[in-house]
Design a protein around this ligand. Structure first.
Ligand code: ADP
Length: 250
């Protein structure tokens, strides 16, 4: 006899099926995702019932006024934080049942991150910081060296490979984070205000790099409030008070 009662839904089996999306499904799917930060005085609703699909190879920008939830949105996508409610599928897999170690593994394999708060490791050199994700992924020493050299050259920091991040300017540290993200050739690139610390020439070079990665098939999700870079995205997500809205707010 079936373990569920006749006429009832089969919740375990149905939710099991929903844990995995088909191969043609979106690379990122958020359904009714909310994030609430609990405070002593009051709670903050940083994301409020966000539902969105992002497909493989898309270039999406996330914009909105300061405090609207852009960083929270990207942190959830990057598996650096978890939703208070709702569900998130990354690369076709539901992420809510991943253990912490698995979250790190998925992030390391599939996602390149350029976050202002995603710090470089202070007691490693620039070179070692860029190399680190490749070491975690078991890339051979010869290939690591080729890829790190190429990434540092790309961002113009080859001469600083032996320095520690703390001895570099904010802009250069940002470029080290860029090199670290691109050296892994990520399928998904998540960037939070990546041009924030950069002069306009470096900013333009970085945006050209994103466009190139996207042309090569990477899915790019970029939070920015710079209108020049918003226009580069093929789809724009606007947030206001944690909610997705149809058009930009003044
Ligand atoms: P944005 O990136 O658009 O400036 P954030 O995602 O950083 O917005 O923040 C959205 C809201 O959530 C803001 O009101 C912010 O103060 C709040 N918030 C973000 N992170 C935290 C946190 N760790 N604890 C409490 N509140 C937070």
């Amino acid at each position: 006899m079936a373990w569920w009662r006749r006429g009832e839904r089969k919740p375990a089996i149905e939710s099991k099926l929903e844990d995995t999306l088909g191969p043609d499904g979106p690379v990122i799917r958020l359904q009714h995702v909310s994030k609430i930060f609990q405070g002593d005085e009051e709670d903050t609703v940083a994301l409020d019932d966000v539902t969105v699909d992002i497909h493989r190879g898309e270039y999406v920008s996330v914009s909105g006024p300061s405090g609207c939830g852009k960083s929270t949105f990207l942190s959830l996508l990057a598996l650096l934080d978890t939703a208070t409610s709702g569900r998130y599928w990354l690369n076709g897999q539901a992420t809510d049942r991943l253990k912490p170690g698995d979250r790190a593994r998925v992030r390391n394999l599939d996602v390149g991150l350029i976050f202002q708060s995603f710090n470089l490791i202070g007691d490693m050199t620039v070179y070692e910081n860029v190399e680190y994700p490749l070491t975690l992924r078991g890339v051979s020493a010869a290939e690591r060296q080729a890829r790190v050299d190429a990434a540092l050259q790309r961002v113009g920091l080859s001469a600083r490979a032996k320095q520690r991040p703390g001895s570099l300017s904010g802009g250069h540290q940002q470029l080290v984070a860029v090199a670290r993200a691109i050296t892994g050739r990520p399928a998904i690139l998540l960037a939070d205000e990546p041009t924030g610390n950069l002069d306009s020439k470096s900013g333009e070079a970085l945006m050209e790099m994103f466009a190139e990665l996207n042309r090569g098939g990477a899915t790019v999700c970029l939070a920015t409030h710079d209108p020049r870079w918003l226009a580069q995205a093929r789809r724009q997500i606007h947030l206001f008070d944690g909610r997705m809205v149809d058009s930009p707010t003044p």
